[in-house]
Design a protein around this ligand. Structure first.
Ligand SMILES: Cc1cc2nc3c(=O)[nH]c(=O)nc-3n(C[C@H](O)[C@H](O)[C@H](O)COP(=O)(O)OP(=O)(O)OC[C@H]3O[C@@H](n4cnc5c(N)ncnc54)[C@H](O)[C@@H]3O)c2cc1C
Length: 510
């Protein structure tokens, strides 16, 4: 293993705590370490203009346990609080959070890590507010309130009701402002390439800049994201075909720090063959664009039929509320020919599309045959699929805000468990989609204090980790908003633990 002493000419620096990665998880860790009295350095691979990682691209949803609208009103901005008489937010108890989390991960998630995320979720959001992060209700994310009558209550999904004001851009702007106020150093274009190890004790990191190497001696927090932006690692771990998918977020999450930590003896944990992937506009750029952030996502499919290029349905579009299904739907689309599909709406629901569909180019026609020709799919097959589906739709009241039980069981097709209405009212509107990868589920093993474990299941002194780079939290699927919360909860733990270790002098400069 490389040590600082083994490379003459290297530039040396010393801090109490060094944080690799300046996303939500890393900056929360940096602030927590600073609060605990440590001198902190944050290292970021991206240049300043591209800073903020996936967190900046995000919709800013933070899934936290809470007691309902009243408990959130104490947190959100005055502007957002004006919605209080028009929205409904049910309480989101820790038990419901745990049940939805476990169900989405098919109970493979580490129960101790999960418990920590859930139990500390609301307190962490409050802690972030005290550091200047502004919050708002997630009104307007899924359905444009302009399209809801004044008498109708706008119901927010209880687990997805809170988001950072200004979404990911606002979140990272508030966190960087807090870091700057605290006087924490941030070095850009400073990718961590290796850990400085003595046995299984981490004494800092090596940075590979354009013309120099720097060794930073400090207790270390790793927060450098997953490997979703690395086609070689995607292909290797997620499987054939994943090298070609579109990346929704930052191009800097290449798994380099994850690989360095494993070279240093850290243990891999979690679902290395799994990832968060969503329906994305088929014309999206290959990698996230900060001018668009998350505006190319297409999550209104519960009101639609989702069809592949053979005009066949392949998922239950209404299986559950969208925040509990969207993260696995990208994988289902990737498995279709050409990793291509389209969402088919009719006039009954096309006004309910998320506002961000305005960034897309819908294919619109007065009849299905014309639509099929425009989409270059078989018109006869499309008519058959829709006819069979329509014939199996029952009656009942459609409710866009909650699981309405309007179901269909078309023979030879997947069921549709909710929001199943006939597709029969022109104009017909289709949105072509593909698979967009968000982040990877496999990562480093940590204990419930964010300390990294080695391959002998021992705590590695001087090494802490948080965020996407950690494993054991998510398998197969994911409840929306749990990623940012996981990073923040474990960011605080990592930052506090690292500061404590550094200030106790246990693993500082030998
Ligand atoms: C479009 C989109 C929408 C999303 N919406 C939501 C949402 O609403 N709610 C939610 O909970 N989650 C959401 N997510 C997921 C969420 O953004 C991530 O899970 C979360 O931001 C991860 O935080 P992080 O700090 O671990 O990683 P990141 O924010 O990605 O930060 C990692 C940082 O490490 C840096 N880095 C990488 N390699 C190195 C290196 N070698 N050395 C130094 N630095 C390095 C990167 O440049 C980056 O800045 C979304 C993601 C995307 C892409």
């Amino acid at each position: 293993m490389l040590t600082a002493a083994s490379w003459p000419g290297i530039i040396h620096d010393e801090y109490d705590v060094v944080v690799a990665g300046a996303g939500n998880a890393g900056l929360v860790a940096a602030l927590a370490a600073h609060d605990a009295g440590a001198r902190v350095l944050v290292l970021e691979a991206a240049p300043r203009e591209e800073r903020g990682g996936n967190s900046r691209f995000s919709g800013g949803i933070f899934r936290c346990a809470h007691d309902g609208l009243e408990s959130l009103l104490g947190l959100v901005t005055a502007e957002s609080a004006q919605w209080k008489d028009r929205v409904r937010v049910d309480p989101y108890p820790a038990e419901q959070y745990a049940a939805e989390y476990n169900a989405s991960s098919r109970s493979r998630n580490d129960s101790q890590l999960t418990r920590r995320v859930i139990d500390e979720s609301f307190e962490t959001v409050r802690w972030m507010a005290a550091h200047g992060v502004r919050w708002e209700l997630s009104v307007g994310k899924l359905i444009d309130p302009e399209n809801i009558s004044a008498e109708e209550r706008y119901t927010l999904p209880a687990g997805g009701a809170l988001r950072a004001a200004g979404e990911g851009v606002g979140l990272m702007s508030d966190l960087f402002a807090a870091v700057e106020r605290a006087g924490i150093d941030v070095w850009y274009r400073s990718p961590v390439s290796d850990l400085l190890m003595e046995g299984s004790t981490c004494r800092g990191v090596l940075i590979q800049r354009a013309e120099s190497h720097h060794a930073i001696r400090a207790v270390t927090v790793l927060a450098a994201g997953g490997f979703e932006a690395n086609p070689e690692m995607r292909q290797r771990w997620l499987g054939p075909g994943w090298d070609l998918v579109k990346v929704r977020g930052t191009r800097y999450n290449t798994g380099a720090v994850l690989a360095a930590a494993m070279r240093a003896g850290a243990m891999p944990a979690g679902h290395w063959g799994g990832c968060h992937a969503v329906p994305l506009d088929a014309d999206s750029p290959m990698v996230g664009d900060l001018r668009l952030t998350d505006k190319m996502s297409r999550y209104s499919y519960p009101y639609a039929l989702l069809l592949n290029s053979a005009a066949e349905r392949f998922v239950d579009e209404g299986e559950n509320e969208v925040w509990l299904t969207y993260a696995k739907t990208g994988e289902a689309i990737r498995a279709q020919p050409g990793a291509w599909a389209f969402q088919l709406f009719d006039a009954k629901t096309s006004h309910l599309l998320e506002p961000r569909y305005s960034t897309g180019s819908p294919v619109v026609a007065e009849d299905l045959a014309t639509l099929a020709a425009l989409l270059e799919v078989d018109a006869g097959k499309l008519a058959d699929t829709v006819d069979i589906f329509n014939a199996s739709c029952g009656g009942g009241r459609f409710d866009p805000f909650s699981k309405d039980g309007l179901s269909a069981r078309p023979p030879g097709q997947p069921p549709k468990s909710h929001w199943a209405q006939r597709i029969d009212s022109p104009p017909f509107v289709a949105y072509p989609v593909t698979c967009g990868i968000t982040f990877t589920y496999g990562g480093l093993a940590v204990d419930d204090s964010a300390r990294v474990l080695d391959t002998a299941h021992r705590v590695m002194p001087g090494l802490h980790a948080t965020g996407e780079l950690t494993g054991g939290f998510f398998y197969h699927n994911y409840p929306a908003g749990a990623g940012l919360t996981r990073g923040a909860v474990f960011g605080r733990l990592a930052g506090e633990g690292a500061a404590e270790e550094a200030l106790a002098g246990a693993v500082g400069t030998p």
